[in-house]
Write a protein that binds this ligand. Structure first.
Ligand SMILES: NC(=O)c1ccc[n+]([C@@H]2O[C@H](COP(=O)([O-])OP(=O)(O)OC[C@H]3O[C@@H](n4cnc5c(N)ncnc54)[C@H](OP(=O)(O)O)[C@@H]3O)[C@@H](O)[C@H]2O)c1
Length: 170
C-alpha cells in the first residue's frame, strides 16, 4: 500500500471491475513512544502508511466504486481528537487523526458523489497491532464491522462509526 507503483498496478488489474465496497484496512504502529523521543524516520513511516497511503488508494480506486457503493477506511477511536484525554500512542493517534481529517476533506471535495463514506473503529482487538491484552477477539469485532458497513449502505456522506454502529466523536 505504501508503494504507489503497486497500487497503480492493482488499479489497472481491476480496471474492468465495479466494486460495491472498497475497504482500506492496513495500518501499522511502532510502539508507544512519547513524541519528543520519536525519530523522524518513524514518524514519516507511520504517517505515510496510515494516513497518506489509504487516501492514495481511495483516490485511485474511487472510480471503480459503484455510484451508490461504499468506501470504508479502518480508522480508530485513537484518532478522535476530542476523546484524547489520557494521551499515549502519540504517533499512531496522530496518524489516525490525520486520516480522519483527510477523509473529511475528501468528503467535502466529492460532496456531489453518492458514495457512502465510512471511517470505522473496530474496538480494541487482539491482533498483532492490538496486542494480547486487547479485550475483543477478531470474532467479537469484525462481524459488527461488517454489519455496520451493511447497515449504512446507500447513505451518502461521511460517518465515523464503531463496530457496534455507534458514532465516534471527532
Ligand atoms: N487491533 C486493534 O485493536 C485496532 C484498534 C483500532 C483500529 N485498528 C485498525 O484496524 C486495522 C487492522 O489492524 P489489525 O489490528 O488487524 O493490525 P495487524 O494485525 O497488525 O494487521 C495489519 C495489516 O496491515 C497490513 N499492512 C501493514 N502495512 C502495510 C503496507 N504498507 N501495505 C499493505 N499492507 C500493510 C499488514 O500486512 P502484513 O502482515 O503483510 O505486514 C497486516 O495485514 C488497522 O487500520 C488498525 O489501525 C485496530
Amino acid at each position: 500500500m505504501t508503494k504507489p507503483e503497486q497500487v497503480t498496478a492493482l488499479r489497472e488489474r481491476l480496471a474492468e471491475r465495479t466494486l460495491g465496497l472498497l475497504f482500506v484496512n492496513a495500518a501499522i504502529t511502532r510502539g508507544d513512544i512519547p513524541i519528543g523521543d520519536v525519530l523522524e524516520e518513524m514518524f514519516v513511516e507511520v504517517m505515510v502508511t496510515n494516513a497518506l497511503s489509504p487516501m492514495r488508494v481511495v483516490e485511485s480506486f474511487r472510480s471503480l466504486v459503484a455510484p451508490t457503493g461504499t468506501i470504508g477506511v479502518m480508522s480508530s477511536r485513537q484518532g478522535s481528537v476530542s476523546l484524547n484525554t489520557n494521551g499515549g500512542q502519540d504517533v499512531y493517534r496522530a496518524s489516525k487523526s490525520a486520516l480522519n481529517q483527510l477523509m473529511r476533506g475528501y468528503a467535502a471535495r466529492y460532496a456531489d458523489a453518492a458514495h457512502t463514506l465510512l471511517l470505522i473503529c473496530p474496538g480494541r482487538v487482539r491482533t498483532e497491532l492490538g496486542g494480547p491484552d486487547a479485550p475483543l477477539t477478531i470474532d467479537q469485532s469484525i462481524p459488527g464491522v461488517v454489519d455496520t458497513i451493511d447497515r449504512h449502505s446507500g447513505e451518502p456522506g461521511l460517518q465515523f462509526l464503531n463496530y457496534q454502529d455507534q458514532p465516534v466523536p471527532w
